[in-house]
Design a binder for this molecule. Structure first.
Ligand SMILES: Nc1ncnc2c1ncn2[C@@H]1O[C@H](COP(=O)(O)OP(=O)(O)OP(=O)(O)O)[C@@H](O)[C@H]1O
Ligand SMILES: [Mg+2]
Length: 233
């Protein structure tokens, strides 16, 4: 398995567009990503006057939505390498077709429901392809663009199961994989957090929805005011 070098990690950067930001949310099924994204979007639009666009991965473009169907089809088994390339393919289309154009519009905030870290964790760690291998696939423009901030909503396996039961959603590809896979995902996310300690904000998502929301808003305020300071200088 390849080594994760400092050089490799340092080639991943946030896109530089004055006044615009790129955020992502990560975590296993039921962590609260959709819930918190909806809350944050509303806050940024109504309190901060940002233009907020939300995308889900895989998807966000016509091509990406087609790939989403192929990837999440539980009947078709594919290797982790094939899967990693499918996600990267959808992501690369999303960045070129949508993200870069939208971020160029001042005062825009893009929020992705899953992004690079999901690939690192699901295919790289849990499915065993290797985190360095997945980073390598993304080590080319524009796939090496990463969010300014990523919120990792951390919950345990039991909470994930309990929340999925309430929601009563049909099992998809990953959800059908069972408890051992979930444990690997949680370890994987913790590892990725260590690799990108500044970008990824780990949040205890076992707490209640309002508490988590407050923690996210606090971090966002810091990001927005730090950037305004930089622009002022
Ligand atoms: N902090 C929380 N405490 C209790 N319940 C929560 C919390 N956050 C979300 N929920 C509930 O758990 C369920 C799953 O939340 P949500 O759909 O936001 O998770 P998700 O991370 O988007 O999941 P998925 O990856 O499957 O899309 C929903 O019914 C939601 O209302
Ligand atoms: Mg969701």
């Amino acid at each position: 398995m390849k080594e994760i070098t400092h050089d490799l990690l340092s080639s991943f950067r946030a896109p530089a567009f004055p006044g615009s930001f790129f955020l992502s949310f990560e975590g296993i099924e039921g962590a609260g990503k959709s819930t918190q994204i909806a809350n944050l979007k509303k806050y940024l639009e109504t309190e901060k006057n940002y233009r907020v666009l939300v995308f889900r991965e895989p998807g966000g473009t016509a091509f990406g939505e087609k790939l989403r169907q192929a990837i999440l089809d539980t009947k078709t088994e594919i290797t982790p390498l094939a899967e990693a390339h499918l996600f990267a393919s959808s992501r690369s289309q999303l960045i070129s077709e949508v993200l870069l154009k939208e971020l160029a519009v001042p005062n825009t905030i893009i929020i992705c429901d899953r992004y690079l870290d999901s690939s690192l964790v699901y295919q790289g760690h849990a499915r065993g392809l290797g985190v360095a291998e997945v980073l390598d696939i993304h080590n080319i423009f524009p796939l090496n663009l990463v969010p300014h901030l990523t919120f990792y909503l951390r919950i345990g396996v039991e909470t994930s199961e309990a929340r999925q039961k309430i929601r009563n959603a049909p099992k998809d590809y990953f959800e059908a994989k069972g408890i051992e896979f979930y444990k690997k995902l949680i370890i994987g996310y913790d590892l990725i957090h260590e690799l990108f300690p500044h970008r990824i904000i780990k949040i205890d998502a076992e707490k209640n929805i309002d508490h988590i929301n407050q923690e996210i808003l606090q971090t966002i305020e810091n990001l927005l005011s730090a950037r305004v300071d930089q622009i002022d200088e």
